[in-house]
Ligand binder design. Sequence first.
Ligand code: AMP
Ligand code: GLY
Length: 439
Amino acid sequence: MKILLVGNGGREHAIAAALSRSRLHPELIAYMSTLNPAIAALSAKTQMGSMKTPESIADFAWQNRVDLAVVGPEEPLVHGAADALHRKGIPTVGPRQDLARMEGDKTFLREVVARWAPEANPGFRVCHSSQDVRKALVELGDVAVKPLGLTSGKGVRVMGIQLDTAADAEAYAVELINAQGNVLLEEKLIGEEFSQIVFTDGIRMVPMPLVQDAKCAFNGDTGPMTGGMGTFSMPNHTLPFVPEDQLQQARALLFKIIMGAQEQTGQRYHGVLYGQFMVTRNGPRIVETNVRLGDPEAINLMALLKSDPVETFMSATCGLPEVVEFENMASVAKYLVPQGYPEKSERGEPVSIDMDMLRKAGLELILANGDPSSGDGRLAPTGSRFAALLALRPELAAAEEAVESMLEQMALPGLRHRSDIAKPGSLQAKITRIQNLLN
Ligand code: AMP
Ligand code: GLY
């Protein structure tokens, strides 16, 4: 059995590691835009190419007679990789271009939600001029300002976090209009976020454990938005600040959104859908959807996946089982990033990682990038998020401690991480905040 994996970040390393543990012993071949040495080490063959050229992805799959393609990132999906693979008759995990608009086009998502699950939408306005922006600010109050296209989680600024005043919000919104013609303003949601990622074959939807990602660059949820600094999940697969009724509502909303998007596009959704939700006073609200696994969420989820990973991905293309099993363990993943991330992505000096030491401590390293050209086994961080340390333990505090003490021991020069993620104190603060908000 041969599987094509498209993509070269931490998420794809996590997927490759999961597929490699399958009892079906698949042969992996990897299509990447830049070489990820950890994915290459798990692959029989690699090909470098653009994520924006669906035909070159499909040709590589065809020439290698793969049984299945798993597309990790959103970029190739938004450019039509699944359509090109389907034209060659290759079962593909990842939606076609029309459905990938659920991530690639924020207005499309808001319209789908408005039609099929309106209660999940925050107030929002698409603005094309500074007059529009001023009117929206009056109508919506505090807002999140968002570019409309793909941003890899960056580019969003929220009042009270990255924007101090309404004047700052207006200035940033106008800057985006000047650059790209439009901007999305959304009512600022107040609550706690959670990621509900699901497998779906377009008929069934099977939820994965809840995960929370820390999006801001610095401790205490401060600083600019990043792709995600670190994630955690609990042994019971839910999160202590997500009330059960809101979780059930969120899942029902996500199912309606999948069904609605299919109705609207006339296309069936095969793959993974990521619902980013906020628990609010008024019930769960959808912050965004992604048409892929999250990163870092994939690092937790792929390690926890207990059902056979190849069978599970395969079944998303042709009929999911009722249940997909995950380990009842807590998980913590923290990314090591260059000092200037996300604003200045600088190449770092090569670092050496003692994989034996990590294995002995029961930790896993997931690599997002790394240039091996020093030739001595060391890897140079190439700019964005570099690598994540992951621990699975019966309890959250133990997983967090395992990751922290190893990061301290490794002391990699030029790299930093968020030390507050999944700490018992920060978790308790979230629980208290939600209790106060809901009572
Ligand atoms: P997005 O790329 O849409 O997921 O936005 C990135 C991050 O910005 C989210 O994970 C939230 O932390 C924050 N955010 C986005 N939209 C809102 C909103 N309407 N209210 C409050 N925070 C938001
Ligand atoms: N963890 C956020 C994302 O994958 O977009």
